[in-house]
Design a protein around this ligand. Structure first.
Ligand code: THU
Length: 160
């Protein structure tokens, strides 16, 4: 048996104001997306904005359903919209933000496992890392330089 360490690093910004200007703008677009979320059940609204290599921004938000599992997270709504509408454009970065009508969201909200898997597919498809920035309603922003930094030992098409 050998033990192996899996390392990844994240960058933590004190607030959106500390981000590079282009990412601040992307985060503001994620907030716009968040405002349009359809989250009548959880009251937890998430917005995601992706920037493509041609500069286009694609937004998504969570879409809930009375049949709960039929709903979809913001990140997948956004990345599938990008995949559908810009199939040949690489995705450079994703900004994610969340808010709740029930409590303050002061911690960065990381993408769920299913969304990480979905984003990983596109990272592999384009063979270029996708940067992820995530935050709450205010406060710190976490940045990772590639999706795989938060999905070690990912399952991908090499196994098929
Ligand atoms: N949600 C997202 O949109 N993204 C995530 O990564 C985590 C959770 C949504 C799904 C559901 O509408 C609500 O947040 C509560 O789980």
């Amino acid at each position: 048996m050998i033990e192996k360490q899996i390392n990844s690093s994240v960058q933590i910004f004190e607030s959106v104001d500390e981000l590079p200007k282009d990412i601040q703008s992307l985060m503001h677009q994620a907030v716009e997306a968040r405002n349009g979320a359809y989250a009548p059940y959880s009251k937890f609204k998430v917005g995601a904005a992706l920037i493509l290599e041609n500069g286009a921004v694609v937004k998504g938000n969570n879409q809930e359903n009375a049949s709960y599992p039929s709903g979809l997270c913001a990140e997948r709504t956004a990345i599938y919209a990008a995949g559908a509408n810009y199939p040949n454009q690489n995705i450079k970065a994703i900004a994610i933000t969340a808010t709740s009508e029930k409590h303050d969201v002061l911690e960065p909200i990381a993408p769920c496992g299913a969304c990480r898997q979905a984003i990983a597919e596109y990272e592999q498809k384009q063979d270029q890392p996708i940067e992820i920035y995530f935050t709450g309603t205010k406060g710190k922003v976490i940045h990772v330089k590639a999706l795989l930094d938060i999905l070690p030992l990912a399952f991908d098409n090499k196994f098929l």
